[in-house]
Design a binder for this molecule. Structure first.
Ligand SMILES: Nc1ncnc2c1ncn2[C@@H]1O[C@H](COP(=O)(O)OP(=O)(O)OP(=O)(O)O)[C@@H](O)[C@H]1O
Length: 351
């Protein structure tokens, strides 16, 4: 069953479209990430779901109930959604327990306390119930904010860049803990991030937005391995942009011939996108394979990044297992794994 559904939802700021979504669904118990560059409409989409903005067209519904359309508008306080925004800080003058109990005013005092206690236990913060937010670390504050968002048993949690205020090490830990908890509780989540890695780590489904519209949606694997266009391919991970020239049924490139059958659609091609891990590094020169010279070699622990310059002057980066540690100046050959090679012809331009 779908929890949150957008149908033909359009929103404008000052007469300009900020969001124009034909269809968006967040299934019950799923974690969906809205991903895209700054200004693409992610936060506005979340605010439309929360009831902090209203659409000029279309319909937003939660659990089958209309929240917003031409005639109906349900305010944020009546949507039973949990909000966890980047600037949605804890109330500094309330204790941790009172922060978590804040959204439970419909319950009797004893029940509020009991529910707040249970939620604090769930996030591992029961011992801090009487403390004030300034006495907690960033990660602990985040856990309390999560307890506060979950306490009223919302139908969906809406998160806007919830981990962006945390440093890198803490962010990974808090993110993993949060994900585990959300999954254990079966919570439905719509989360905004501009960080592809974060989206890939957390989401059941990623929705890539650009200029207010949805460009592609799918699992991390689908988007990374079968991106719909060059923008999405490059947004989700590094790519080499390899110059290509058509020759019969192949494109000639410095990385070797690539069959035209690998192209997605028809039209002119002057560059082919190749993921760094799709370049197989051959430390011993193979006279039958494309050959170049190592110009940069960086060992990043789990893998190495090796920049190779070919005869034409073109340089490509290969990502290889870190036991390969070639030196600058070494000669090497390469071969390609076509599953990391993307050809997006420009439609309308024949070759
Ligand atoms: N209060 C506002 N008034 C006018 N225009 C706005 C307002 N808020 C956002 N916009 C514009 O609407 C568009 C979508 O903004 P939105 O904040 O939804 O994007 P975003 O993808 O969340 O960006 P970011 O990642 O930078 O937060 C942008 O062009 C932005 O400039």
């Amino acid at each position: 069953m779908s929890n949150l559904v957008f149908r033909n939802v359009r929103h404008q700021y000052d007469g300009v479209n900020s969001v124009d979504i034909a269809h968006l669904e967040v299934g019950a118990g799923k974690l969906v990430c809205l991903l895209g560059p700054s200004g693409c409409g992610k936060s506005t989409t979340l605010r439309l779901a929360a009831g902090l903005e209203s659409p000029i067209e279309g319909e937003v519904s939660i659990e089958g109930e209309v929240m917003a359309n031409d005639e109906i508008f349900v305010g944020p306080e009546d949507r039973r959604v949990g909000l966890m925004f980047q600037d949605y800080a804890l109330f500094p003058h309330l204790t941790v327990e009172d922060n978590v109990a804040f959204g439970l005013s419909h319950l009797a005092l004893a029940e509020r306390r009991a529910r707040a206690g249970t939620m604090l236990e769930t996030v591992g913060m029961a011992a801090a119930a009487r403390k004030y937010p300034h006495m907690l670390s960033g990660g602990e504050q985040q856990r309390v904010a999560l307890a506060r968002a979950l306490a009223p048993s919302p139908r969906i949690i809406l998160m806007d860049e919830p981990f962006s205020g945390l440093d890198v090490v803490l962010r990974n830990r808090v993110r993993d803990e949060t994900l585990k908890l959300l999954k254990e509780m079966g919570t439905t989540v719509l989360m905004v991030t501009h960080d592809p890695e974060e989206a890939m780590r957390m989401a059941d489904e990623i929705v890539v937005m650009r200029e207010g519209e949805i460009m592609q949606q799918g699992s991390a694997g689908e988007l990374y391995n079968r991106p719909a266009d060059g923008f999405i391919a490059a947004f989700l991970g590094e790519v080499n942009r390899v110059p290509a020239r058509r020759n019969g049924d192949f494109y000639e490139t410095d990385l070797g011939p690539i069959p035209i059958s690998a192209a997605i659609g028809e039209g002119a091609v002057d560059e082919i996108l190749v993921r760094p891990e799709a370049i197989r590094f051959l430390p011993v020169v193979d006279p039958k394979a494309p050959t170049g010279e190592v110009v940069l070699s960086r060992n990043l622990g789990a893998f190495s990044l090796i920049d190779i310059r070919f005869e034409s002057g073109f340089q490509a980066t290969a990502r290889v297992a870190s036991f390969y540690q070639p030196k600058v100046g070494d000669r090497c050959s390469v071969s390609l794994n076509l599953s990391g090679v993307f050809i997006f012809p420009r439609p309308g331009n024949s070759e």
